[in-house]
Write a protein of this length. Structure first.
Length: 431
């Protein structure tokens, strides 16, 4: 039932796309050089002439700290009067970052999200239940406008009030679910409790899940919970635009198509900033080729991935990136070993005896930090297997991480769920 939203762009010959990217990059730099912004005048002061997209390494990197240092509007490339919307990050790791959009930026936002939703399986006749948070967070409105651009009927549910949400999904015949993966799993649990899970399963076909990392093991549990839907990843970050920078298609899960006519991707070594070799892991760097209000040049996302260069059976020729392996700033150092939370989830959620809910505790109260992973059993019938599950996971985590992990197996439903926003998985104990 799914289709490609814009075949002319998404299936464009790569040589033609190179020309389009080059034209847009040169045009962007010309516009920024004309800007009255002191930030952009200083940023481009020593940058030589750029002739095409292959010259992109001549440009300086941009870091998230620059948005904070110029808070709130120091990086604007247009007068504030020319903007129509502002979004902001949560500021959980420091001062919030504020991003602005012109009317044309909002159009690109909608178009990119429409592409991603179509790739996941959405069509214009669908009812789409949007449970991303609305407000300053980019997720809710980004997916909302994308689904509307596709022509779908959108239910702007936002977060919270899960009992009402699942009844609305059942009553309105939801075909697509747009939410964080953790909230999507919580809604499936609540639908079962409310007795409407089978009703929703009859109509629900797909979901576009993002805003937090999730593993293939989580995908399996999420798809099974909803009766075999296609659960597809969608990627974005507010400093670049929000959701819609890249998305999985249902035919090629495991890699995300980048909307590279708008967002040019590079992958560099996090330490040196130099390009990595073909297929090698590195940090994703993005340049916004068309954004007007607050463009970024070679933005250091902090996300670790690699390019996937094999063709996709869907027919799109957009370059693909692998699902994220972690973030440079989320890495845990345990007894001298670097550990990404995503590695822990990948091991834990492969086990069919545990649910999709878990917590990672880094206990720093003693000289040597202890890594504790709390999981919960998938059903009451597994309570007697608690000790075996703990030992099985302990061995698997040791094999994967090469560091000792304490595993605590809890009763079904005992790990706190997040009713709104992103699920918090990692906790540090210092006192």
């Amino acid at each position: 039932m799914d289709s490609i939203f814009d075949a002319g762009i998404e299936c464009m010959d790569p040589d033609d796309r190179w020309k389009l990217q080059s034209e847009r990059l040169v045009s962007l730099l010309e516009r920024l050089r004309r800007s009255a912004s002191p930030y952009w005048q200083a940023k481009l002061q020593d940058v030589p002439a750029v002739h095409d997209i292959d010259d992109i390494a001549l440009l300086p990197f941009t870091a998230k700290s620059e948005l904070r240092d110029t808070y709130p509007f120091g990086m604007l490339a247009v007068p504030l009067a020319d903007t129509v919307r502002v979004h902001a990050s949560s500021g959980t790791k420091g001062k919030a970052t504020v991003v602005a959009y012109t009317a044309a930026d909002v159009e690109v936002f909608a178009e990119a999200n429409a592409r991603c939703i179509a790739g996941a399986g959405g069509v214009s006749s669908d009812v789409m239940h949007n449970a991303y948070g609305y407000g300053l967070f980019t997720g809710g409105l980004g997916l909302h406008y994308g689904a509307e651009r596709l022509g779908a009927t959108v239910v702007p549910a936002s977060g919270g009030n899960t009992s009402l949400q699942v009844r609305m999904m059942a009553d309105l015949g939801a075909n697509g679910l747009l939410s964080t993966p953790s909230f999507g799993l919580l809604l499936a649990e609540r639908a079962e409790q409310e007795g409407v899970l089978d009703d929703i399963r009859r109509t629900l076909r797909f979901g576009a899940f993002g805003a937090e990392p999730w593993s293939e093991g989580f995908r399996s549990k999420l798809e099974a919970a909803w009766g075999g839907i296609d659960a597809c990843d969608i990627y974005g970050l507010s400093e670049v635009m929000g959701p819609g920078v890249a998305g999985e298609c249902r035919q090629g899960k495991g890699a995300l198509h980048v909307c590279e006519d708008h967002f040019f991707p590079e992958i560099v070594d996090p330490q040196t900033g130099l390009p990595v070799g073909p297929g090698e892991l590195g940090e994703l760097v993005i340049t916004t080729l068309t954004k007007e209000a607050l463009p970024v040049l070679r933005f250091r996302t902090g996300d670790i991935t690699h390019f996937v260069d094999r063709p996709c059976s869907c027919g799109r020729t957009l370059r693909r990136i692998a699902r994220l392996s972690g973030r440079t700033d989320d890495m845990l150092v345990v007894r001298g070993i670097n550990v990404f939370p995503s590695e822990i989830e990948a091991v834990v959620l492969q086990d069919e005896s545990v649910s999709g809910h878990y917590r990672i505790l880094l206990d720093r109260r003693s000289t040597m930090a202890e890594l504790v992973v709390e999981v919960e059993l998938a059903g009451q019938g597994l309570v007697g297997a608690r000790q075996g599950v703990a030992e099985r996971l302990r061995r698997a985590l040791m094999d994967r991480l090469r560091v000792r992990v304490l595993v605590e197996v809890r009763d079904p439903g005992s790990i706190e769920r997040s009713e709104t926003g992103k699920a918090k998985r990692v906790f540090e104990i210092t006192a």
